[in-house]
Design a protein around this ligand. Structure first.
Ligand code: FES
Length: 166
């Protein structure tokens, strides 16, 4: 039979052991120099990076993705607008208006004069070429996607756009 002091001592040692086991792998992972491969099976492939960085910007790129979860699998088609940031990196923007979710379109030829590059047909929301909201009801810029490059192709997680603040 354990007395109270022995019980507490053994319990604390056990808890410390569990804590060490649960913290160690995370620490090792954080320090690892191994290149991680990202599971791209549910992501949209936007195509080869070498092609995406060519041509005129901003441009629209269509994509397809098969979204899988534990029980279902569904095909999704969509598109993104891509521009180049000033440092040359790709800015991959969702076309979903940040007001009420309509799909924004390219403003076309008047862009040079007005600075408006994307127009929302629903309530006349306006965005510049970097997806920054410049007029109308949209409360913030178009969301953006993080890009994952694997085997020379650029992938995005279509269900996980990242909000931006102005
Ligand atoms: S949904 Fe785009 S401006 Fe309202």
């Amino acid at each position: 039979m354990l007395n109270r002091r022995e019980f507490l001592s053994r319990s604390l040692k056990g808890a410390a052991g569990l804590l060490a086991v649960s913290v160690l792998p995370a620490g090792l992972t954080a320090c690892s120099n191994d290149k991680k491969t990202v599971n791209t099976s549910s992501m949209a492939n936007l195509g080869p990076l070498s092609e995406l960085t060519k041509g005129e910007f901003p441009k629209k790129v269509q994509h397809k993705a098969t979204i899988k979860d534990a029980w279902t699998e569904q095909e999704r088609e969509g598109g993104v607008y891509i521009n180049k940031n000033k440092d040359g990196s790709l800015l991959i923007m969702s076309p979903v208006c940040t007001h009420l979710g309509c799909t924004v379109g390219d403003a076309g030829e008047n862009t040079q004069k007005t600075g408006i590059r994307f127009l929302c047909p629903c309530h006349a929301g306006q965005y510049n070429e970097y997806g920054i909201n410049v007029a109308g009801p949209p409360p913030r810029p178009l969301a953006i996607f993080d890009a994952y490059v694997q085997d020379g192709n650029v992938y995005i997680a279509v269900l996980s756009p990242r909000k931006r603040e102005k």
